[in-house]
Design a protein around this ligand. Structure first.
Ligand code: ZN
Length: 419
């Protein structure tokens, strides 16, 4: 496959970034959850300065890197646009001592990732490989994740930035960049300073399969159902004992049988019990609620409240309680008010010779939270495959294409009035 002018740039960058361990920790109490994310943050900060980006800043507390590219339009105008990508990697597979390597011109067969340990990646297990025959792939040695999620996106963004700064004749509006920590442990980019970031609209770049974009996520909340039981000796319990475990079981039996993750797909929502802890004296059930549709989502929350009320009526309001906490909301309700975000994105993807594709995402993104904080942020795929595991890989042409898509996208925003 023919290499573009971006080939060496994105390859070198992904490999360099992947070698920096930035793994998040589910149980970390600090911000960010691991301090080692600063290693990459500092590297990116220096790199932004060295390529000539403006207003480069590292938030030493929150571990967020900022930078800007001034407009090159003749009048210095254009509509500002931003890109948000995350620096951390998932805790699901080992993330230290990543040894990325490049397989050139993939032949469609099995790939030996690690001869010593006999670790092989086969298209029989990973059919997505067959879409990349003839391409150069960045791979792991089979013992760690790669971290192409989301460093493939950082490599593309940084390469776009460098290209713009070395080619001031290419027209684009003002561009804001941010590299954030903690996405893999539900960080939701909560420490992104929107004033410092500058742009009023943005894209997150994350996710697999080149050309996919996303403007619809779940609405999400977490519910905690608790019971205070009354323990007495079982021999003399009649009419007195309240067995908290039994009440919890009753609550669980009220959940609709098939509205669970294992029975749903597409735009079907669900209840998902993630933890049950119960004995006679106390019980606690934690469950999450998910639905794309806002009205259905509210119905689900109301349904749980009704279950709790029914049990309160039976056992006493002081014994049974339910609390529901919102996690994130579907970005679509926000994004729909900014139709140009998807129009420009799909146009830029098409102009780059890729067919744009989308489907409702059965999860949330940093963009779900950012959108509701006032920074509408649909998502463009970063182009990695098999994320969060040892078989993760990144086709180099997907990163090259993303550089092209981003360049065209910034051009389209340059042609829009500032406000
Ligand atoms: Zn990611």
């Amino acid at each position: 496959m023919e290499r573009t002018q971006f080939y060496e740039k994105v390859k070198e960058r992904l490999i360099r970034y992947a070698k920096v361990d930035t793994q998040s920790d589910h149980y970390g109490k600090d911000t960010p959850t691991t301090q080692k994310q600063f290693d990459l943050a500092r590297m990116l900060c220096e790199e932004l300065i060295s390529i000539g980006a403006s207003e480069v800043f590292l938030d030493e507390t929150a571990c967020v890197v900022y930078g800007k590219l001034p407009s090159t339009m003749p009048d210095g105008g254009g509509r500002p646009i931003g890109f948000v990508t995350h620096m951390d990697t998932a805790p699901d597979a080992p993330g230290a001592n990543v040894k990325p390597w490049v397989l050139e011109n993939y032949d469609g067969g099995e790939i030996v990732l690690n001869r010593e340990q006999g670790i092989v990646m086969s298209p029989k297990d990973f059919q997505n490989l067959l879409g990349y025959v003839g391409q150069d792939l960045v791979l792991t040695d089979g013992t760690t994740l790669l971290g192409g999620d989301d460093k493939a996106a950082i490599a593309s963004v940084m390469t776009m930035a460098e290209h713009f700064l070395t080619h001031p004749e290419i027209l684009h509006g003002p561009v804001s960049l941010a590299f954030t920590p903690g996405e893999e442990v539900g960080g939701l980019a909560k420490d992104l300073d929107l004033d410092r970031f500058g742009a009023k609209e943005a894209y997150t770049i994350d996710g697999d399969h080149l050309g996919y974009y996303m403007d619809e996520t779940f609405n999400a909340s977490e519910a905690t159902f608790t019971v205070k039981g009354l323990s007495v000796h079982p021999a003399t319990a009649k009419g007195i004992m309240v067995n908290a475990a039994d009440v919890a079981a009753e609550f669980l039996s009220m959940l609709p049988r098939f509205e669970k993750p294992q029975y749903t797909s597409g735009r079907e929502g669900f209840f998902h019990v993630i933890a049950v802890n119960a004995d006679v004296e106390q019980a606690k059930v934690v469950l999450i609620i998910r639905d794309h549709d806002r009205v259905q989502f509210r119905h689900r929350e109301a349904y749980l409240e009704k279950c709790a009320e029914t049990l309160q009526a039976q056992y006493g309001a002081e014994r049974v309680s339910l609390s529901v906490e919102q996690s994130y909301r579907n970005m679509k309700d926000v994004i729909d008010e900014y139709p140009f975000l998807i129009e420009n994105l799909t146009e830029a993807i098409r102009m780059s010779g890729v067919e744009p594709k989308t489907e409702p995402f059965r999860g949330g993104t940093d963009g779900s939270a950012l959108s509701w904080r006032g920074l509408p942020s649909p998502n463009l795929s970063a182009g990695y495959e098999n994320a969060h595991g040892r078989f993760e890989y990144v086709p180099i042409p997907s990163m090259e294409k993303n550089v092209e898509i981003l360049i065209r996208l910034c051009g389209l925003f340059g042609n829009m009035p500032a406000e």
